[in-house]
Write a protein that binds this ligand. Sequence first.
Ligand code: RNT
Ligand code: ZN
Length: 411
Amino acid sequence: MKAYEIAKERFAQYGVDTEKVLAQLQDFHLSLHCWQADDVKGFEVQAGAMSGGIQSTGDFPGAARNIDELRQDILKAKSLIPGQHRLNLHEIYGDFQGKVVDRDEVTVDYFQSWIEWAREHDTKLDFNSSSFSHPKSGSLSLSNPDEGIRRFWVEHTRRCRDIANAMGEAQGDPCIMNLWVHDGCKDVSVNHALYRRLLKQSLDEIFAKPQPMMKDCIEGKVFGIGLESFTVGSHDFYTAYAAQNDKLLTIDTGHYHPTESPADKVSAVLPFIKELMLHVSRPVRWDSDHVTIMDDPTQELFSEIVRADALDRVHYGLDFFDGSINRIGAYVIGSRAAQKCMLRALLEPRDLISKYELAGEGYKVLALVEEMKAMPWQAVYDEFCERNNVPVGAAFITEIDNYVADVTGKR
Ligand code: RNT
Ligand code: ZN
């Protein structure tokens, strides 16, 4: 408490009100991705090997094996993360009750128990269509020149929008549905324009139906494993589509060229695109989906959102899947890191720094931005944990150890 009082005074000297910032942080909701709990396997009875250019490596024991275990793990993780957070489901995490339900047959019935569970635990749901890990995934789904396969995925994605809309209605808050497809080519190909025409056509067909209680976001990337040479849904493609069709754009921090800054996209696209979805992740040399930490790119991303005054135009999803470490630990570390970056962004004395910048006092800008790095923001985060009744600092480690001893270690 003493540390917080001192921090409060020190930030006040720069005109920053830590109480106001704590209230803003309380209103910052992450969408926890269900797929870190089981390495993106899901609950389809007919589930095969993972495909679609993504990969989870490692076989740390204790992964969730079914819907009950996954729900239990999510609740455990949530109990160690301060604040109120959403849950982001993929279609393959439906409650299929031992039935083979193909992707073009899915309905909201298989998500009813999720809707009830979410209500019971005061959690809002977000959703994703799933085009990977399926016999018809191949290398092209929504852009497949084979009309039968293309229609199959259009049908799947349309049904997913119905499900997302039903979730939104049930929770009285729009469900954010992300659309990412892996479509691409492993090697040299000459039909890029054809594939992109087909993807556009599929999207037009999918989005034709108005769905007032869900929001569509579209996610591009650079390349996937085994699809290295060409990506149909590239960033240019989706940015243009989102701007023209009033869709949300998803920025996955692992989906850009290594020297490209995802943070710089925020102010570049916001004049043209109403809202953004984030997939906060950590690429190590490629789109490796390591657990989010407080690294510079993550900090810059959150700082850019606050500096752009765009807090109410961004949805904050996480997207990492590391199978080599304790998975509850992964959720807690990644979520807390995202919150800490947001906290530091909110604690920046923006008005003061901006005034110097506009007055041409460049060295003062640099001085203050540097100074802020060593300010006692950590005492503010501890206070936030304290007020939210979750373990402060590394104390969550003991809680996870106990959960391993009682639960995941016995799987
Ligand atoms: C893949 C995308 C996508 C997936 C999830 C599972 O590169 O990032 O968002 O990670 O949908
Ligand atoms: Zn993603």
